[in-house]
Design a protein around this ligand. Sequence first.
Ligand SMILES: *Cc1c(COP(=O)(O)O)cnc(C)c1O
Length: 464
Amino acid sequence: MKNGFQNKLFDEQASGDAFTYAAEKSRDYIMGAVERRPFPDANGIEAARAMARPMPEKGVSASEAVRAMREGFEGACVNAIGGRYFGFVTGGVLPAAGAARVLSEAWDQNAPLFRTSPAAAIVEEICEGWLRDLLGLPQETVAGFVSGSSLAIYCGIAAARWRLLTRQGWDLNAQGLNRAPRLRIVSGRHAHGTVVKAVTLLGFGTDNVEWVDVDGNGCIRTELVPDLDDKTILLLQAGNVNGGGFDDFKTLCKKAKDASAWVHVDGAFGLWAAAAQDYRRLTDGMENASSWSCDAHKTLNTPYDCGIVFCRDAEAMRSALHQQGSYLEIGAGRDGMFYTPELSRRARAFDVWAALMNLGREGVDDLVSLLCDRAAQFADEISAQGFELTARPCFNQIVFAAENDDETVRILRAVQEGGVCWAAGADWFGRRVIRVSVCSWATTAEDVTRSVTAFANARGRPSV
Ligand SMILES: *Cc1c(COP(=O)(O)O)cnc(C)c1O
C-alpha cells in the first residue's frame, strides 16, 4: 500500500509526462498571448468557478492534475503579457525571464542561506551588484529579494526605524516600541497604499504621519515639507501610481541628509527611470536617499512575484531583519535571509538575472523608453479623441476622463467588457478617471491605436 503510493510518484517523476505537458502548454500559452483577450470572458470565469468541487478522496495522476488545472483555470487568466493590458501597473514578461522562471521552478531552490542554495546566494549577490550600478545607487548598497514592493517598502522602513531608534540609544529589537523615543513620518498625501500599510504594520499609525499636499501629478509639494530632523523618516516616491509623478529628490534628499533624516524612495515602477538615459533626470538626487524599493515584476517585465529593497545602511537592514537558529549555518556566503523578512523563500533573483542578461544595459534603457513612448502616444491619441488628460502624462502612466464621472465609468465598463484592451479606474482629485499604465514590452504602436479606438467607440455609443 505505502510502497504503491511511493512507486506511483517515482513513476511520475521518471516519466516526466506532467512536465512535458506543462512545458508544451506553457509554450502554447505564451505564443498565443498577443492575440488573446486581455481579460477573460464570462465563459472562462464560469469554467473556473465550476472547479469548486469537493476535494477528491482518491487522487489523480500528475498529468491529469496538471491537465485539469489548465482546462479549468486557464480561461479565467488575465492576459497581462499581451500588448493591450493596461491595468494597475502590471508588467509583461520577457521571454528570457519567463523561461528562466520555468527552469528555476524545477530547481526549486530555497534562498535564505548560502547553505540552503549556493546558486541562489550567488545569483542574488550578482544581481545586487548589477542593479546597484544600473540604478546609480551608492556602492555600499545591499539588496533583498522579496515578493513585491509591499514588502520591499516594509523592509526599508523597518531598517529606518531600527537606525533612528539606535541613534537615540534605544535597542528596538530588545526593548520594543513601548515607550520608545517618538519617530516622525513625513509623507506625500498620495503615498501608495502599500506605504500606508507598511507604516501601520510597523506600528507608527496613520494619525502620526505628517501628510504633505501634492501637485497635479501626485508629487509632494517640496516647499510644504516641514523641517526634518534625525528622528524623521521621509517617504518619497519615484512614480505616482496614477499620475506618474516623481518627487523632487534633488532638493528633498539633500534637505533630509543635512538633517540626518532617513529617506525611503518607493520606486515600484519608476526607480527604473534611472536606467534610461532620457528619463534619468526624473531620479536626479535620489542616490542621496537611504533606502529604495522597486518591482522587477513591473517595469523590468520579470514574472510575478519579484520586488527588491535596496538599503545603503547594511547594518540597519541586517539588524532590523535579524533572526537566529542554532540549526541555521550562517556565514558560508551571502545569507539572503538578513535582507528579507522571510526564512524560506523562492530564488526569484534568477528571473532578474535572466532579464538583465537578456537585455543588457542598452536593453533596459530601450525597454523603459519603449513603455514611456507608448504611453506618450496613448496620451496624444486619446486627447485627440476628445478625452481630457487629468494629469500631465508622466513616465508610463496616463490618466484621462470623459465629460463627467458617469460617462467615464460607463465608457470604462464598456471597454473592459469589449475585450480589446483593459484598463482600470481610479479617483483622482475628486474625479473618476481611467488610468492607463503601459508596462509590457509587447505593447506595439498598433496596440495603442486599437485601444484608443476602443475608447472612442465606447464613447460614441451612449447607453439608453
Ligand atoms: C505597485 C506599487 C506598489 C506595490 O507593489 P507590489 O509589488 O504590488 O507590492 C507600491 N508603490 C507603487 C508606486 C506601486 O506602483
